[in-house]
Design a binder for this molecule. Structure first.
Ligand code: SF4
Length: 250
């Protein structure tokens, strides 16, 4: 069966392509991602995907970079203060609709997406939009939850030296990811400071106990010495007295 696989990037394509090929599908990758900003980032992700797919012998088609269409749909949700889920739903809907329309026109029979491999995507929303886009264009919807293969995809992409982006695609997601990383860094620093404070308090307590012990020992020693001196003096007085009593004149 001829399947058009909507792909968001190279690393996310590795496992879905392998699994769908194993299942017998004839795959063409469709890069329909006007959500990716800035344009240099879009080109970078597309080039990484292309160079891997060329080597693997998988055809890749990239649809026009229609940023205006994205701004009028997903971007408009964000501008109106809508929640992330709605923004992402509109984003999935646009990219999958573009893919489905192109695929149907080109004689494909089925539609799937690599978005299903990422634990950072809204899996259920993505599935709903894939089903809707496929149904609108008479394509079979091939939905597979690829998320269990995400760790393998991470390892494989690392081994292949693939560029792996650290945000989903739109500028909102870039800002959100940066804020999340900053918050995680701050939380880590706070944890470290708290841990160090506990260690410092324990060190101070140990030092204070040691100082108290040393002082006690010093006082004991002083008392012992004083007692020894007193005993010595007393003994010497007794001896002198005895000699005097004997009338010795040495
Ligand atoms: S976070 Fe990702 S899926 Fe959601 S709107 Fe941005 S690019 Fe699209």
């Amino acid at each position: 069966m001829k399947l058009l696989l909507h792909a968001c990037c190279g690393p996310c394509s590795l496992e879905p392509v392998r699994l769908l090929q194993e299942a017998g599908y004839a795959i063409t990758i469709c890069f329909a991602n006007p959500n990716i900003q800035p344009r240099e980032e879009y080109d970078k992700r597309l080039n990484v995907l292309r160079s891997w797919a060329d080597e693997a012998g998988i055809p890749v088609v990239d649809l026009p970079y229609d940023l205006d269409a994205w701004r009028k749909t997903a971007g408009a949700v964000e501008d109106a203060g809508g929640p992330r889920e709605e923004r992402c739903r509109a984003c999935y809907a646009l990219r999958l609709e573009q893919s489905a329309a192109w695929g149907a026109a080109q004689g494909f029979e089925a539609l799937s997406t690599t978005l299903a491999v990422s634990p950072y995507q809204l899996s259920e929303v993505c599935r709903e939009e894939l089903e809707a886009a496929a149904a609108r264009h008479g394509l079979a919807c091939v939905w597979k939850d690829f998320r269990p293969y995400y760790p393998t995809a991470t390892t494989r992409s690392r081994e292949l030296g693939m560029y792996r982006q650290n945000y989903c695609g739109c500028l909102y997601s870039k800002a959100e990811a940066e804020a999340e990383r900053a918050a995680a860094k701050a939380a880590k620093a706070e944890e470290r400071a708290a841990r160090e404070a506990v260690q410092e308090a324990a060190r101070a307590e140990r030092a204070s106990k040691q100082a108290a012990y040393d002082e006690k020992q010093r006082k004991k020693k002083e008392a012992r010495n004083a007692a020894r001196r007193a005993a010595h003096d007393a003994a010497s007085d007794t001896a002198h007295q005895a000699l005097e009593d004997e009338g010795w004149q040495g």
